[in-house]
Design a protein around this ligand. Structure first.
Ligand code: ADP
Ligand code: 5GP
Length: 229
């Protein structure tokens, strides 16, 4: 049975950068290439980051039940095709989904054992800076992304793991540790040596452990800690 990992983050947090780093370090992990109606951005290629399709094509796929989940984000459709999970299972690989918070909760309903990871930016100011220096969006879009970020961050407590993307290399190692630790734990094998250290590093990112360090990040977005988290 493939392990499904869900990664979500407010746009500009560095999720794509981290996921790219993760794929350099972890084997037997497939990336679910989503379908979207948004046009390609920067150097994006059809079939690599996304499958870029028209609205009628996307709606046809909805009608024929091809999506495990889909959502409308920033005025465009985005969807996870069922076939990626089937293909990962056929190859005995795990599958990583890079999807928004709406998609993550739909997947959790369908696949409760999926592992969800929320990536946070260090604070609001750094998120704004990253969105600007990425140089892909207009001022108007940046404002919208920042407003949406605040609403998305409110959902961090629905995830199993929380990770702050501060120093890229360290955050990428933490993401790798979470992915590998879950594999180790689900394999049922005895955990010792380096693996033990990895499991401990992953445990430090569990939602229950995140309470203290998440607080200043929430505060920078004028958000308060969710009760009971
Ligand atoms: P996302 O996929 O979350 O929208 P990107 O991966 O496109 O975000 O990253 C947004 C910008 O931030 C990019 O210019 C990227 O190079 C930069 N970036 C990513 N991670 C870090 C980091 N840890 N420190 C500084 N800049 C980062
Ligand atoms: P972007 O346009 O910046 O690539 O993505 C915008 C948002 O859509 C991100 O939060 C990304 O995770 C999300 N997204 C990408 N693919 C999917 C998908 O298949 N389903 C859902 N629900 N969200 C997606």
């Amino acid at each position: 049975m493939s392990i499904v990992y869900i990664v979500s983050a407010p746009s500009g947090s560095g999720k794509s950068t981290l996921v790219n780093e993760l794929f350099k370090m972890v084997r037997n992990l497939d990336f679910s290439i989503s379908y979207t109606t948004r046009p390609p951005r920067g150097s994006e290629q059809n079939g690599k980051e996304y499958f870029f399709v028209s609205r009628p094509e996307f709606e046809g796929m909805i009608a024929s039940g091809e999506f495990l989940e889909y959502a409308e984000v920033f005025g465009n459709y985005y969807g996870t095709a069922r076939r990626f999970l089937r293909e990962a299972e056929n190859r005995s690989n795990d599958l990583l989904l890079d999807i928004d918070v709406q998609g993550a909760s739909k997947i959790k309903e369908k696949i409760p054992e999926a592992v969800s990871i929320f990536i946070l930016p260090p604070d609001r100011e750094k998120l704004e800076w990253r969105l600007r220096t990425r140089g892909l969006d207009s001022e108007d879009v940046i404002r919208r992304r920042l407003d949406t970020a605040r609403r998305e961050i409110e959902n961090y407590s629905k995830y199993d793991y929380v990770l702050v993307n501060n120093v890229l290399e360290q955050s990428a190692d933490q993401l790798r540790d979470i992915v590998l630790a879950v594999r180790l734990q689900r394999s049922g094998a005895e955990i010792s040596g380096d693996d033990k250290r990895r499991v401990e590093a992953a445990q430090a990112c569990r939602l229950e452990q995140a309470r203290e360090w998440v607080q200043p990040i929430l505060a920078s977005f004028n958000l308060q800690m969710v009760k009971g988290t």
